[in-house]
Design a protein around this ligand. Sequence first.
Ligand SMILES: *[C@@H]1O[C@H](CO)[C@@H](O)[C@H](O)[C@H]1NC(C)=O
Ligand SMILES: *[C@@H]1O[C@H](CO)[C@@H](O)[C@H](O)[C@H]1NC(C)=O
Length: 188
Amino acid sequence: MKSFCSKTSFLLLAILFSTNCLDIEAQQCQSSGRIRGRKPPPGQCNRDNDSDCCKQGHMYTTYKCSPQVSGQTKAYLTLNGFQKGGDGGAPCECDNQYHSDDTPVVALSTGWFNKKSRCLNNITISANGRSVVAMVVDECDSTMGCDSDHDYQPPCRNNIVDASKAVWEALGVPHDSWGGLDITWSDA
Ligand SMILES: *[C@@H]1O[C@H](CO)[C@@H](O)[C@H](O)[C@H]1NC(C)=O
Ligand SMILES: *[C@@H]1O[C@H](CO)[C@@H](O)[C@H](O)[C@H]1NC(C)=O
């Protein structure tokens, strides 16, 4: 009897705890689904600049939203090439152009890209006690991936600022540490 009782209260606690968590999460960005990774065909998926390639059978989480934007939105900075022939692939979604990697430009995760609403606007990126203003020119797609359109790379996480090398230089990040950095950003 005693053990039954303690099991019940444990169950109750677990239910209470999980509904409580769901409540908190409901106000935040929840995943929109998952996609199964496909192995890139030979010669596909450019591994430059630490680009990830999809793994066969691995499940990848997709998002249509990003964490709420504040005056100091936390994000993860990654490196991307925006020039023709770079790992960004097609021209940028905002202006259908390529951009020099010597100019500070970025792609934002789908939620922050917000249906092009930040296109060609500038954001201020801060890290390392420095900051740099960069122009939003592209989307880092959080909703899809692992197909030829996305160079067989996984969907973007929902908190990514994918930046040209000019941004990494301006933040004073040593070259051998380029690729991943915790930053904050705000609309400039
Ligand atoms: C890797 O990043 C550098 C710096 O942004 C860029 O110049 C280069 O084109 C990128 N490589 C590829 C294959 O995109
Ligand atoms: C963003 O910054 C660039 C470079 O300084 C500037 O040319 C552009 O007009 C700015 N965009 C907006 C929307 O202010």
